[in-house]
Design a protein around this ligand. Structure first.
Ligand code: M6R
Length: 364
């Protein structure tokens, strides 16, 4: 049942190209994104005044990526909300807002409560859900199904990747309908999306390198992830993956926030992982990494093929193939999933069933 892999998590990491392809193909007709089965007319899309994305854990992290992508492409204001916060703070919703709830299981208690609250206020709701027939799938006005298939490991991987794809497709389509991108850009983005599964396959071919590095981190006490923009969103997910299955303390920091507190924790030997996929932000994040290094940190960089100058700064660099920068999270997350996985294995832990955690959190 683990398809020859030692753990479900590794099997599911390898199922990501297929999860992405299936999710994407379900909404592409004749080379164009077709959302007609989702009850959102072009008129509705034009009228959206604000998008709220409500979710927990990794699903929330995909929301953070979608926020960057959707605001940049479609120029719609997007707020991402932790469902457990959103549900208790009398959010101000207007009739032209769209509330998107994201959930693999479709049963997460706080996310479901957030959905119900939005519906009570008469706002349009859309679920991005993996489990067909789950509570959120049944109650949301419309559903964008991620076709990742059953996910067993507590640490999500393929569902996360499929949620990202759903977020990109909504962003691209909203951008087209609202006239924010040209026809050429529109088809260009779709073509680029279709290259992602193969690029993930290429990253997976090199997994032994990450295994080697991960083994050296087995006794680490703290690991920090830093990045800006979409890279910060990737850090959030990388840090959660690592801590939930390896039990090593880790934090994700927006790189520019380091000097507002966290840099006081940096001392000899602490690993800082810098994520650098956004060309406009490279230099800024590199200078934050250098500041950590001068306080004794050792540095790992996760960046795009071609950005070789980072080797002057970082001791260990992982490269992912080039893609449009909006979609970089889909590639950069994979080495971080592998890192979490291999550190957990090196520590002899129960990768698929980490202590204290449940696959689906149906109570508050
Ligand atoms: O089923 P959901 O997507 O609603 O679950 C949300 C979180 O509980 C989930 O993503 C959790 O953070 C994962 N264990 C992370 O790997």
């Amino acid at each position: 049942e683990k398809g020859g892999y030692e753990h479900f998590m590794m099997k599911e990491i390898h199922e990501q190209p297929k999860a992405i392809l299936d999710t994407m193909n379900s909404k592409i007709k004749d080379g164009r994104i077709d959302l007609s089965d989702m009850g959102l007319s072009e008129e509705d899309i034009k009228n959206i005044s604000q998008v709220f994305i409500v979710a927990c854990g990794s699903a929330y992290h995909t929301g953070v990526v979608t926020q960057y992508v959707m605001e940049d492409l479609a120029r719609i204001p997007v707020r991402v909300e932790l469902a457990s916060e959103f549900r208790y703070r009398r959010p101000i919703l207007n009739k032209n807002d769209l509330v998107i709830v994201v959930s693999q299981s479709g049963e997460t208690a706080d996310t479901l409560a957030g959905l119900r609250l939005a519906k009570e206020q008469g706002v349009k709701t859309l679920g991005i859900v993996n489990v067909v027939g789950s509570s959120i799938a049944r109650e949301a006005d419309n559903v964008f199904y991620t076709l990742a298939g059953p996910e067993i490991a507590v640490a999500t991987t393929k569902a996360y990747s499929a949620q990202l794809i759903a977020g990109y497709m909504l962003s691209i389509e909203f951008a087209r309908v609202r006239g924010e991108i040209t026809e050429e850009q529109y088809t260009g983005y779709i073509t680029e999306l279709q290259t992602i599964p193969d690029k993930i396959g290429r990253i997976l071919e090199d997994k032994e390198r990450i295994q080697w590095f991960a083994a050296k981190q087995a006794n680490a006490q703290d690991i920090f992830f830093v990045g800006r923009g979409i890279d910060y969103a990737i850090c959030l997910e990388g840090s959660l993956k690592l801590k939930e299955i390896s039990y090593i303390h880790s934090e994700a920091y927006a790189a520019g926030e380091l000097k507002h507190g966290t840099i006081s924790l940096i001392e000899d030997g602490i690993l800082v992982i810098g994520v650098l996929t956004q060309p406009e932000l490279y230099e800024k994040t590199i200078s934050n990494m250098v500041e950590c290094k001068s306080r004794g940190a050792s540095l790992m960089a996760l960046t795009t093929v071609g950005n070789y100058s980072i080797e002057d700064t970082a001791e260990f660099t992982v490269y992912v193939p080039k893609t449009d920068e909006h979609f970089a999270a889909s590639l950069a997350v994979v080495p971080l999933q592998l890192l979490g996985y291999y550190v957990s294995v090196a520590r002899g832990l129960d990768v698929d069933k980490p202590r204290n955690l449940a696959k689906s959190v149906t109570v508050e």
